[in-house]
Design a protein around this ligand. Structure first.
Ligand code: ZN
Length: 300
């Protein structure tokens, strides 16, 4: 199957041409899915709805179908992406849903970055990437290795920065469409201010512009409690990452944590539907902030 018309790739290629970033927001439940779609429609912004494999396991194909229905029936372009599918079990679950039941993500991250060598990374990823392409699903891969972990992502140690020379061969041999590089970024909360290698990102961008989209992972760059937002540059970090060519920007705790906090607080004093509505609105408002910051608001 051709990838012509693939939602993820269409959203990202338009954004790259026009110079703005795309919010790829992790969603864990139906409230967050509704919040993200609401934000995108209100901001007239394209977006990517991301699930982790743990959420796919929890909700099954029916939950994915709900995400696809909400995203694809929105008044703006929204793609549904599976982030960090690292194990054979998770990859089989996601690709199996496409092959056996026609319930298809628009894109899947086939993440074999835990492999010991680059050749092993390629060898693990390629058969899955071929099956994805056969289903019209775009793919993302990671070269180098990010340390840390997020809720739903396994904890990794042993950071490896991405080597741009190796990335050329890696993208050619995997045939993947989106690259997640490691430039000193990490998953989860940062323990200290990282030394981000913008030169690596710039090098990758100049090589891959128009061919492969770059994706920023580990943007919980500052403490999720918000106190470090200003200390480490806050908005400036995101502007810099877009300027240097990372168009797909994964966001998790910045939107998730206030949502969880609002939900737990509201449930103590409000009826369930009211508490859920207020939390959904909280999620939507924070998604909208990022859409404005990334420059995607008004672009759909
Ligand atoms: Zn990630």
């Amino acid at each position: 199957m051709s990838l012509e018309g693939n939602r993820t790739l269409e959203i990202l290629s338009k954004a790259e041409k026009e110079g703005y970033g795309i919010l790829a927001q992790a969603c864990y439940d139906w409230g967050s899915v509704i919040g993200l779609v609401r934000a995108a429609e209100r901001a007239k912004s394209p977006a990517i709805l991301q699930l982790f494999p743990i959420t796919l396991e929890y909700g099954g194909g029916e939950f994915l179908q709900f995400c696809l229905d909400k995203a694809h029936n929105a008044s703006v372009p929204i793609a549904v992406h599976l982030d960090h599918a690292t194990s054979a079990e998770h990859l089989e679950l996601a690709i199996g849903l496409a092959e056996k039941r026609g319930i298809k993500f628009d894109s899947i991250m086939v993440d074999a970055s835990h492999a010991d060598t680059e050749d092993e990374n390629i060898a693990i990823a390629v058969p899955y990437i071929k099956r994805c392409v056969a289903q019209g699903i775009a793919t993302e891969v990671e070269l180098g290795r990010l340390e840390g972990g997020e809720a739903g992502v396994r904890v990794i140690t042993g950071e490896m920065l991405t080597d741009p020379d190796k990335a050329e061969r890696f993208m050619r041999e995997t045939g993947a469409h989106i690259l997640a590089p490691c430039i000193g970024n990490r998953h989860g909360t940062y323990v200290s201010k990282p030394d981000l290698r913008w030169d690596i990102l710039q090098d990758l961008h100049s090589r891959f512009k128009g061919r492969v989209t770059l994706c920023a992972h580990g943007t919980d760059f500052y403490s999720p409690k918000g106190v470090d937002w200003d200390i480490y540059g806050g908005e400036a970090y995101f502007r810099e990452t877009i300027k240097n060519g990372s168009i797909k920007i994964n966001v998790n705790s910045w939107v998730r944590d206030p949502y969880a906090e609002a939900l737990s607080k509201n449930l103590a004093s409000q009826p369930f539907p009211d508490a859920m509505e207020a939390a959904t609105e909280n999620f939507a408002a924070n998604c909208e902030k990022f859409m404005k910051l990334f420059g995607s608001a008004g672009k759909a």
